[in-house]
Design a protein around this ligand. Structure first.
Ligand SMILES: N[C@@H](CCC(=O)N[C@@H](CS)C(=O)NCC(=O)O)C(=O)O
Length: 199
């Protein structure tokens, strides 16, 4: 079995070092260049992503891209790690819903607010940050993690994003959310990941 993370420092792929450390499976990291938001950098011809982005995972020669697809793929491929409910588990539905919600609602909501792009309600496929965060906060009233009492790959995405935006004026901070981010980001796997990250 070979598993390689295509990674660029200070990018979305850092969260996948965290996920791989949580999974506890052998992997290696290939660092590539990417285009940066400030116009610097260039995409790397050695990156199999169709648009030169990161993260990508290459598992036994097959490339998987898009963060939430990678989460689902890895937690299905390594179910013994218990980081994502499998088919047949009552939490499978919520699990795939939250993964899709991350890429379809949370990321566009945050990025559009950050860039001050107003997309009219009813046209956008996402909702304003205030509404997504109210939903996340309501969900966290019922458990320590997004899926309840068990940490999953959803928390790697959510806690990672909230930590990144924590000091930004667009972040809606609550005590419950602060406790959630702390709980997730104090995990030993994240400390190991940070030590391996190239940035
Ligand atoms: N939709 C992608 C987004 C990945 C993405 O945009 N990654 C950024 C780094 S944080 C990137 O590689 N940007 C380089 C580029 O756009 O060329 C996913 O969910 O994996």
């Amino acid at each position: 079995m070979t598993l390689t993370l295509i990674h660029a420092p200070r990018a979305r792929s850092s969260g996948f070092i965290w996920l791989l450390e949580e999974l506890g499976v052998p992997y290696d990291i290939k660092v590539v260049g990417i285009r940066r938001g400030d116009g610097s950098g260039a995409s790397d011809p050695g990156n199999p992503h169709p648009h030169g982005k990161v993260p990508v995972i290459i598992h036994d020669g097959v490339a998987i891209h898009e963060q939430t697809a990678i989460c689902l793929y890895l937690t299905d491929a390594f179910p013994e790690a218990g980081l994502g409910p499998v088919v047949g588990d009552a939490k499978r539905g919520p699990y795939v819903s939250w993964l899709a919600y991350y890429s379809g609602v949370i990321e566009p909501a945050f990025v559009s607010k950050f860039l001050k792009h107003d997309v009219p309600r009813g046209t956008a496929g996402w909702v304003p940050v205030e509404e997504t965060m109210a939903y996340v906060n309501r969900t966290l009233e019922t458990g320590d993690y997004i899926l309840g009492d068990t940490f999953s790959s959803v928390d790697v995405l959510f806690a990672g994003a909230f930590k990144l935006f924590w000091d930004s004026p667009i972040m809606i901070r609550t005590d419950a959310l602060a406790a959630y981010v702390k709980r997730c980001t104090e995990r030993r796997a994240l400390a190991r990941a940070a030590a391996k990250d190239n940035g």
